[in-house]
Ligand binder design. Structure first.
Ligand code: ADP
Ligand code: MG
Length: 282
């Protein structure tokens, strides 16, 4: 939780020793930093305000969102520093690396492992939805492992595109093409359901290693998504349980009203029961 509701204006480098870069985005970079007094390591997202230009409202939004949330599977914003040119978001350091990198490194990977990851993501997204927040940019790059240990939890990072729902249903095209829900592409009004679609895309990728909708041509990709046209291709899906396919089918449902909510998805036996198989699918 943000102990300091006020943004701090002192020089961040007096408090933190800024170290190497952990990641980079379009107008920000994330760096490792160490508290000079306590020696505690944190991740600091440094945002150059100038690069934002007219998108500053988006940034204020990211902060407003982060300030409100406290959940085990969502990155914790500890402090905020602001200068005239820069904004620094001090986050709890997560050290386990990105979801897909870690899965690729593992020799053994099962439906049970995938089910556990998706269950944690759904729990966090349900929490956001209950608070009236739509994440809108759920994708594997924004899912990090908390620690290097095998039993590490998953943490959602990056709220750059999330938006308070009660500001009205907006229909700005945003997000990453491969994860965008049909109603977003069709510029219809949309809501929480777009996140559930994205969870469906992530679940699909976790089980076969490639995305359900893909084409080098964006128009063709859009066409596939708008029709919710995907397959469980042989041989990749031959050994995957019917339960897993049923689960994905309810999330990759074109009609947002018929699509599973987080609540419904969490109740599906592939998440809450014992239908997720324990055999290696790597
Ligand atoms: P962007 O808006 O630039 O995509 P992200 O918040 O997604 O920003 O961060 C970019 C990268 O920085 C992530 O993919 C991850 O590798 C790293 N990162 C972000 N937050 C943390 C954190 N709390 N702890 C460790 N690494 C992080
Ligand atoms: Mg990101």
């Amino acid at each position: 939780y943000v102990k300091d509701q006020q943004k701090r204006t002192e020089d961040i480098s007096a408090v933190y020793d800024m170290k190497e870069k952990l990641g980079e985005g379009s107008f920000s970079e994330v760096r490792l930093a160490q508290n000079r007094r306590t020696q505690k390591l944190v991740a600091v997202k440094c945002i150059r305000k100038r690069a934002l230009k007219d998108k500053e409202a988006m940034l204020e939004n990211e902060i407003a969102v982060l300030r409100k949330i406290k959940h085990d599977n969502i990155v914790c914003l500890e402090e905020i520093y602001e200068t005239s040119s820069e904004l620094y978001l001090v986050m709890t350091l997560v050290t386990g690396g990105e979801l897909l990198d870690r899965i690729l490194e593992r020799g053994m990977y099962t439906e049970k492992d995938a089910s556990s990851v998706i269950g944690q993501v759904l729990d966090a997204v349900r929490y956001l939805h209950d608070m009236g927040i739509v994440h809108r940019d759920l994708k594997p790059e924004n899912l990090l492992y908390d620690t290097v240990f095998e039993d590490s939890k998953i943490v959602i990072s990056d709220f750059g595109l999330s938006k308070m729902e009660d500001q009205g249903m907006l229909s700005t095209a945003c997000g990453t093409p491969a994860y965008i829900a049909p109603e977003l592409l069709e510029q219809k009004t949309y809501g929480k359901e777009v996140d559930c679609w994205a969870v469906g895309v992530i679940a699909y990728i976790l089980l076969c290693g490639y995305p359900p909708f893909y084409d080098e041509n964006d128009m063709e990709l859009y066409r596939q998504i708008v029709k919710a046209e995907y397959e469980f291709d042989s041989p990749y899906w031959d050994d995957i349980s019917e339960s897993a396919k049923d689960f994905i089918g309810h999330l990759l449902q074109k009609d947002p009203e018929r699509r599973y909510t987080c609540e419904e998805a969490l109740r599906h036996p592939w998440i809450s029961g014992d239908t997720a198989l324990e055999k290696n699918i790597h």
